[in-house]
Design a protein around this ligand. Structure first.
Ligand SMILES: [Fe+2]
Length: 209
């Protein structure tokens, strides 16, 4: 469940639970910090607030195609390093320090994921990406931020305004997504299922180690 409700009711707006949900409001791809990342996410609206709380999606296939030549050159054969606590540190140092945010070693993936069925290339990027192999941390973050900004420019973003029971399914290899804020004194609960990517989905080509 992706929710601000526990058995005790709605979590406080400044709680770690809500802060973790705010981590999902950074543009990301699911599970890039895991040894086996997600292929698709299936999201179902269960309980909705009176306003806001949308989910937004942006194609990193069109984003990659639209990157200027300089960024494409830097990313074409790049290896990006991912770490869950990196994205959480953008929300709160306390959140990032939780053991659950530091369970996995840093995870490298090649920056371009080619769909083996169609041959289409997409930029495999996420808020969890903290470094580019062989590049200084600061410069790497600048490249990652610039590429994310182009992928998520307003005319490349779909905003889904939820109705109860709606289902969204997307290809994690070629999309960035994020949640949007809502009035935190109201409950919002989505069911989320991530299916793992397999070598047949192109994982073997982006795997580094
Ligand atoms: Fe997500």
């Amino acid at each position: 469940m992706v929710s601000n409700e526990t058995g005790d009711g709605v979590c406080a707006a400044d709680s770690l639970e809500v802060m973790n949900l705010q981590g999902n409001m950074l543009w990301h791809t699911d599970s890039t910090f895991l040894p086996v990342p997600a292929l698709v996410n299936i999201l179902v609206a269960r309980v909705l607030p009176s306003s806001s709380g949308e989910t937004e999606l942006a194609s990193t296939r069109t984003g990659w195609a639209d990157l200027p030549a300089g960024l494409r050159t830097r990313l074409k054969n790049a290896i990006l390093w991912h770490r869950l606590s990196h994205s959480r540190s953008k929300i709160s140092a306390e959140l990032a320090a939780l053991p659950v945010m530091n369970r996995w070693p840093d995870r490298p993936w090649r920056a371009i994921w080619t769909n083996p069925a169609t041959g289409e290339e997409a930029l495999y990027i996420a808020s969890h990406a903290f470094a580019i192999e062989g590049m200084g941390l600061e410069q790497g973050q600048e490249v990652l931020d610039a590429a994310t900004a182009i992928c998520t420019r307003p005319d490349n973003v779909y905003t889904h305004k939820w109705r109860a029971g709606d289902v969204l399914i997307w290809d994690e290899r070629a999309m960035l997504h994020r949640g949007r804020p809502w009035p935190y004194d109201e409950p919002r609960t989505l069911s989320s299922i991530c299916c793992s990517a397999t070598d047949a989905d192109g994982l073997i080509q982006v795997r580094v180690v």
